[in-house]
Design a protein around this ligand. Structure first.
Ligand code: HEM
Length: 533
């Protein structure tokens, strides 16, 4: 089977036949032309056995920074250019919605921020963003540390057992461990619920993983059969999914009810006077319920919490996983990181203030996000016709796109673009300190770390959209600082005590993608007590 070019001049009858062949083609090109845009013609076999974003990268090198990719009747525009990405994500952001992504996620997240329609999004974003205020983040650092300590304690106990039988290392799937850690953190941080998943299994945890698994299945499955009437009753995995959703929703409903029963109405000023570090419940749910004027019905609150749970769990777990994957292959970087930890913290716990000084660890997190961005593609659909700006590779006039065009902004391609990065595939956290300021491209102002003073991490502003660890524009991640600090604390506690090696060779770690990039069979590592301690 060939993955054919969609010739927009092909006879209308043929197109409408194709359209009728599937009533699910929400993303069929309609009412316009993609002009002379280069087209990727890959075999479907290119897509089997390896993640889609690898093929998108090869086609980017071959066809340029804006090209069209066609799968039978489906077509996508793939963007790997900072100027075009900036246009779609920031300058003309409200001419786009989340398209296929919203189709997939809406049954799970309802009207949560990610899939929400524009009106709901505007209203909820205004309410949710202030929830991530400085005192909240400070309280979260305590939660990150408490939860990470629980994980480290578990490793230490396992290692003690190993020592008593003569061994000096334990072998663990760190991806699974980070997944549990991130779940515990997001549960406590967002709705003050302790999943305790580092040490136990529960029906709610199983339901959360079941739902995440289904979200991933849906994001990679070609035909959205779950939309067919009766699918939820007939197809066993869909029946299970409905059951999982019910378990989580019942749990969230209970938490929302508790939060509302104990509501203490407040405003921003009074909130600042709360002793956040000693609050029993500093969660975002508490904020959303207590804040005057932030009223939302239970259904909306549940959608917000579910969205946060999913958006904040897998992403952070994946960043920690890939950071360790790279560290384990670079002992000299581990040493340098440990030297920073020793000098800033010694054996102390990290705090909100001391975290700011752990710059090198933060750069390790950012470099991991450069090489494996989570998610690797940002998905958009044009709500109206638009003209994309010319890209850096001399496409001066840009391309007209019709309403309904589905777009992948390939963050993976941007982050590994040979046009912007030296040694793009190498893991070099120091690169952010010495990145070229300008490469003389019209319309793109280059890298400039001074452009976002006080920023916790290199970002879309300092790179003028060549580096998008948390997206950009109005739909940018709301949990970016939460996530950077959480990942930093996780790495700090691990490296404070342990040295890490991969169990096998790096080539054996196979990649798969759903919403995020993860491993096929786990990240199996050897953990030993630090040799220099
Ligand atoms: C959106 C990345 C952690 C909540 C996004 C987007 C990216 C992203 C790239 C933009 C998506 C788009 O434009 O289509 C990440 C990464 C994380 C992370 C890499 C971890 C390292 C979190 C956490 C939370 C969170 C911890 C919540 C506590 C959200 C929400 C949105 C979002 C609610 C939707 C924002 C909107 O549409 O207004 N995230 N995220 N994320 N993220 Fe994160």
């Amino acid at each position: 089977i060939r993955c054919q070019s969609t010739n927009t001049n092909e006879p209308k009858t043929r197109r409408s036949l194709l359209d009728n062949a599937s009533n699910l083609l929400t993303n069929v090109l309609s009412g316009g032309s993609l002009g002379s845009m280069p087209t990727a013609e890959g075999a479907v076999s290119d897509l089997l056995g390896r993640p889609l974003f690898f093929s998108l990268y090869d086609w980017f090198l071959e066809h340029g920074s804006v090209y069209k990719l066609a799968f039978g009747p489906k077509a996508f525009v793939v963007v790997s250019d900072p100027i075009v990405a900036r246009h779609i994500l920031r300058e003309n952001a409200f001419s786009y919605d989340k398209g296929i992504l919203a189709d997939i996620l809406e049954p799970i997240m309802g009207k949560g921020l990610i899939p929400a329609d524009l009106d709901t999004w505007k209203q909820r974003r205004r309410v949710i963003v202030p929830g991530f205020h400085a005192l909240y983040l400070e309280a979260m650092v305590k939660i990150f540390t408490d939860c990470s300590e629980r994980t480290i304690l578990k490793f230490e106990k396992l290692l003690e057992g190993e020592h008593s039988s003569g061994g000096n290392a334990i072998e663990l799937d760190l991806e699974a461990e980070f997944s549990s850690l991130a779940l515990d953190i997001i549960g406590l941080g967002v709705f003050n619920y302790d999943f305790g998943s580092v040490t136990k299994e529960s029906p709610v945890i199983k339901a959360v993983y079941g739902t995440l698994f289904e979200a991933e299945h849906r994001s990679t499955f070609y035909i959205p059969y779950w939309k067919f009437p009766l699918a939820r009753w007939i197809v066993p995995r869909q029946r299970k999914f409905q059951n999982d959703l019910k378990v989580i929703n019942d749990c969230l409903d209970e938490l929302i009810k508790n939060a509302k029963d104990t509501r203490q109405e407040t405003d921003v000023e009074k909130l600042q006077q709360r002793d956040y570090l000693n609050l029993k419940d500093a969660s975002l749910l508490r904020f959303l319920v207590d804040m005057r004027g932030a009223d939302a019905d239970d259904g909306q609150l549940r959608d917000d919490l579910m969205t946060m749970l999913i958006a904040g769990h897998e992403t952070t777990a994946a960043v920690l996983t890939w950071a360790v994957f790279f560290l384990a292959q670079n002992p000299s970087i581990i040493r340098k990181a440990q030297a920073e930890i020793d000098s800033v913290l010694g054996q102390e716990r990290p705090t909100f203030e001391s975290l700011k000084k752990l710059e090198y660890i933060r750069l390790i997190v950012m470099e991991s996000l450069r090489l494996y961005p989570q998610p690797p593609l940002l998905i958009r659909r044009a709500l109206k016709p638009d003209v994309l700006p010319g890209g850096y590779k001399g496409d001066k006039d840009g391309y007209s796109i019709p309403a309904g065009t589905d777009i992948f902004v390939s963050v993976y391609n941007l982050h590994r673009s040979p046009y912007f990065w030296d040694r793009p595939h190498e893991f070099e956290p120091e690169r952010f300190l010495e990145q070229r300021k300008d490469v003389g491209i019209e319309g793109w102002s280059g890298f400039d770390p001074t452009r976002s003073p006080g920023a916790l991490y290199p970002n879309e502003i300092t790179s003028d959209y060549a580096f998008l660890p948390f997206g950009g524009g109005p739909r940018k991640c709301v949990g970016d600082q939460f996530a950077v600090m959480e990942s930093t604390v996780g790495l700090v506690l691990l490296l404070q005590k342990f040295d890490v090696e991969l169990k096998g060779s790096p080539e054996l770690v196979e990649l798969v993608t759903g919403a995020t990039i993860h491993t096929k069979n786990g990240l199996w590592c050897k953990l030993k007590k630090r040799s220099d301690k």
